[in-house]
Design a protein around this ligand. Structure first.
Ligand code: PEP
Ligand code: MG
Length: 906
């Protein structure tokens, strides 16, 4: 039997179902499923995602041969159900051709509507429908879309508008009309002709008249769109593998542009911006799908509540709203009732918020798509918790519904309320994607990328956005558009990215050419600052100050739920009391890594530190260390106090000493004066510290071994800080960690120094307290000999930054020079310094944990490299039964969620 490549659906039957999204893509699988549960869907068929990969292997000509008989049969299937014929000149069938990957990629790939039209078919359709305006409006849209997507007609310069829009504008200008819908049949016919001529002139290609040729062109163009720049970038951002491919769904056309009883729209079963349980969406009467998402006409709201809110925000009177922009609930109450029932049915069926597309053709409602809706981080959390409370999902599902990395959005700063009261609102748009953003205005996506790369915060200001702007939107802090509703491209994509966005700000006047935007009579230029409030839609002049977010409400409830299931605890990496408090407020159960060297970058401390390094006798070092001791003690006291009652793992000095010494003349002179030696002595010592390979040089425990007085001083500072807190009635829990161990002998030597210094300090205070001594595992040899090391060390903390560096042999400071090529050539899938390499580095961790446990069954194990805040790496550690992951304070909730998911997935 040959492989099945085409799956039909229609009339309540389907060859596929919702479980087949890998093969049929999300759209294809859900179109099949909707048929099976009785939702009205136009008949059609889906070509599998495997065929997309096959297309890239064997090419256009061969894939057409392979698919030909199945596609012909499937077209017949549609013809039978629709009682019309593809390419027929008396009773023609038109189809749409849509993309649909396994994971939804809104707006990233291509769609073609009204396919099957040519001059003869158009005339036939006029005779059939008696509606020449509709027919020629559909025809000009088809030529436009086909020209753009299949024949690849593009604007010449980035400042130019779409070449087809340019022609439309010219034709409208000839008669002095403003709206597309006022074009006459003759003008629409003229557009068709002009479009075809422009295509020939610009691309050298003839517009194909044969509907079958059109169909193959469109199917292959959808396959091709899998590899367009924006789809590639989107996959990179969302971690979607290139191998998945897109399916192609071909469906009978239903028309929202057949007159005043026809419409088209997009709706959501809940609010995708804030998660509120409120059915919402937008529609346009007498329009086709792209009109709603393109933002070229102002869409109307589906519900009356939504419409009232919209009018209030836009400053539109009730009279104007009710007459010009009535909701569907008011204007088409019967259709609205059906729509409302079906959206409820779909949400219950999928048990998640749905994002749906529909068309009303002459009073009959059709669903064209449903998918789990993209949402912001805060909507994600609210919807999961609400669905849990409503009994639609259980606790474990609620945890799994939330994507750890998306929590990042909830941790971003929000506008300071007091500052907001004083800020100057200059205009109001739609609250398309919540959050606070301020930055310098830019008008083009590539300018946003360039300025962002130069370290500036930017706000991308556009008349409307298109999928080409994706990279610029990603680089910007926020997006402001003049046109487009809540379901416009800008809004949908910004919400998916968790990017602050205000759309449809009708009061702004953008000139791409002059790079200016006029707001409320004032001209703003590229580089001027504005601030956006994506939660209210307000736009402010200048920079409005922000403040840190906090863990409360649904977010807190989710985190509490995580604690109920998690096995792996989360600590924070913190070098200051402030970081420790932030981490603790986000739920950290202690500190997994305090890098003591970060404490020395301060005016006075660095001088004492440099003196210690530049001294060339033990006495000289001792003297400088005595100066450092009180600073270190105060620092440790602050941190231990902020984490009172919870463990604090403090690492002894780690980096190469030359990082601390002055390399400039002024700095060297300061040190010479401070130490009472001449400049040349300092310069000689600085030169002697230079190393060929500092990352593998005199650093880590090697410092403590060559200069044991450093280890002794740091231990003394830690223990005395703890003793003082104890005397104040606090409960400090210090842990002392030796870095960069490769052999057990190194550890043993440092442990002896620590114990001796601790004993002495306890004697001074006259009492003892408990503390632990452990080590980092960050050199492959330490992992290989972890059993020997565990006989001495009370705990292991995996320093996966160095462990990755030394396992791959990639310098962590120099990887940027070859990483892009490695990713490009698919030698690496991801940056191993961001995502733990489970296959290689992970094997060393696994082995070290097991060897450690063999010798010390309860040995505590944790991770403290950058991977400790990366969800897949955290899950890996959880699966090994490690005790904790430690990450930067702002990633603590992300790691908590990932850890809970690992427990739930077990
Ligand atoms: C590590 O190597 O993973 C680590 C946490 O230490 P550092 O990044 O300070 O070298
Ligand atoms: Mg390290």
């Amino acid at each position: 039997m040959t492989e099945k490549r085409v799956y039909t659906f229609g009339n309540g039957k389907a060859e596929g179902n919702a479980q087949m999204r890998e093969l049929l893509g999300g759209k294809g699988a859900n179109l099949a499923e909707m048929n099976l549960i009785g939702v009205p869907v136009p008949p059609g068929f889906t070509i599998t995602t495997d065929c997309c990969n096959e297309y890239y292997k064997i090419g256009q000509e061969k894939i057409i041969k392979v698919l030909e008989s199945e596609v012909n049969g499937a077209v017949k299937h549609i013809e039978n159900l629709m009682n019309s014929k593809f390419g027929d000149t008396t009773n023609p069938l038109l189809v749409s051709v849509r993309s649909g990957a396994r994971a939804s990629m809104p707006g990233m790939m291509d769609t073609i509507l009204n396919l099957g039209l040519n001059d003869e078919v158009a005339e036939g359709l006029v005779a059939k429908t008696n509606n020449p305006h509709f027919v020629y409006d559909s025809y000009r849209r088809f030529v436009q879309m086909y020209g753009d997507v299949v024949l690849e007609m593009k604007p010449v310069n980035k400042e130019d508008i779409d070449p087809f829009e340019e022609i439309i504008e010219e034709v409208k200008a000839e008669r002095g009309i403003k709206l597309d819908k006022d074009l006459t049949v003759d003008e629409l016919k003229k557009l068709v002709k002009l479009f075809k001529e422009a295509i020939k002139e610009r691309t050298g290609k003839d517009f194909p008249n044969d509907p079958i040729e059109q169909l193959w062109g469109a199917i292959c163009a959808v396959f091709r769109s899998w590899m367009n720049d924006r789809a590639i970038l989107y996959r990179k951002m969302e971690g979607i593998p290139d191998e998945w491919g897109t399916a192609v769904s071909v469906m009978a056309m239903v028309f929202g542009n057949m007159g005043e009883t026809s419409a088209t729209g997009v709706c959501f079963s809940r609010d995708a911006g804030n998660g509120e349980n409120l059915f919402n969406g937008e529609y346009l009467v007498n329009a086709q799908g792209e009109d709603v998402v393109a933002g070229t006409r102002t869409p109307q709201q589906i519900t009356k509540v939504g419409s009232l809110r919209w009018a209030q925000r836009a400053g539109i009177s009730e009279e104007e709203r009710a007459s010009k922009y009535p909701s569907m609930e008011e204007a088409m109450p019967d259709i609205f009732a059906q729509l409302n029932d079906i959206q409820e049915k779909l949400e219950h069926h999928y048990r998640d918020m749905q994002d749906m597309e529909f068309t009303v053709q002459e009073g009959k409602l059709w669903f064209l798509q449903t998918r789990n809706g993209k949402r912001t981080g805060s909507a994600m959390v609210k919807i999961a918790i609400d669905l849990l409370h409503e009994g639609m999902i259980d606790e474990k599902t609620a945890i799994l519904r939330c994507e750890p990395n998306k929590l990042d959005e909830l941790l971003h700063p929000v506008f300071d309320k007091l500052a907001l009261q004083k800020a100057n609102v200059i205009t109001q748009g739609l609250p398309a994607s919540p959050g606070a953003a301020c930055g310098q205005i830019v008008f083009h996506a590539d300018d946003a990328q360039d300025r962002h790369a130069d370290g500036h915060k930017v706000i991308l200001v556009r008349i409307e956005t298109s999928p080409e702007d994706l990279a610029g939107m990603s680089a910007a802090e926020g997006i402001l558009t003049a046109r487009g509703g809540m379901t416009s491209h800008a809004a949908v994509v910004a919400r998916g990215m968790g990017k602050c966005c205000v759309s449809g700000a009708g009061g702004i006047n953008v000139s791409y050419k002059d790079k200016t935007v006029e707001i409320d009579g004032q001209l703003y230029r590229e580089g001027d600052y504005i601030s956006l409030n994506g939660t209210t839609g307000q736009v402010y002049a200048g920079e409005v100050p922000t403040k840190a977010a906090e863990l409360s409400g649904d977010f807190k409830e989710l985190m509490d739920l995580c604690d109920k299931y998690t096995k792996l605890q989360v600590r924070t990496n913190a070098d200051t009391p402030h970081d420790a408090s932030v981490g603790r407020a986000f739920g950290a159960k202690g500190i997994g890594l305090t890098r003591t060297e970060h404490m020395f970058f301060d005016d006075k401390k660095i001088i004492a530190m440099r003196e210690m390094i530049l001294a060339d006798t033990p006495e000289g070092r001792e003297k400088a260390l005595n100066k450092l001791l009180p600073y270190q003690k105060a620092d440790f006291k602050g941190i231990l106090e902020a984490m009172d009652g919870l463990p604090v793992n403090i690492r002894l000095l780690d980096p190469p000493l030359h990082e601390f010494v002055p390399h400039d003349l002024v700095g060297q002179q300061v040190m010479a004066d401070e130490m009472g030696v001449d400049l040349s002595t300092i310069q000689r010592r600085v030169a002697s510290l230079a190393e060929n390979n500092p990352m593998l040089g005199h650093r880590g425990c090697r410092l403590g071994i060559t200069f044991p007085e450093i280890t002794a001083m740091q231990t003394r500072a830690i223990i005395s800080a703890a003793c003082e807190l104890k005397k104040e009635g606090k409960n400090p829990k210090p842990e002392i960690m030796v870095p960069l161990i490769g052999t057990v002998a190194e550890f043993r030597q440092q442990k002896a120094v620590i114990l001796k210094s601790a004993r002495r300090t306890f004697d001074e205070y006259g009492f003892k307290l408990e503390f632990e001594i452990g080590t980092m595992i960050e050199i492959p040899r330490a992992a290989l000999t972890a059993d020997l090391i565990a006989s001495e060390a009370q705990y292991f903390s995996f320093g996966t930054n160095d462990l990755t560096q030394m396992t791959f042999g990639y310098s962590r400071d120099d990887i940027a020079s070859f990483l892009p090529a490695y990713l490009d050539k698919k030698i690496l899938k991801v940056d191993p310094f961001q995502v733990l390499d489970q296959e290689g580095v992970g094997q060393l961790i696994h082995m070290a944990v097991e060897k450690g446990r063999r010798v010390r069954p309860n040995i505590r194990t944790g991770i403290c490299g950058e991977h400790g805040g990366e969800p897949s790496s955290v899950k890996f550690c959880a699966k090994l039964g490690m005790n904790y992951a430690s990450c930067s304070p702002y990633r603590v909730p992300i790691a908590r969620l990932a850890a809970a998911q690992a427990a739930v997935e077990e």
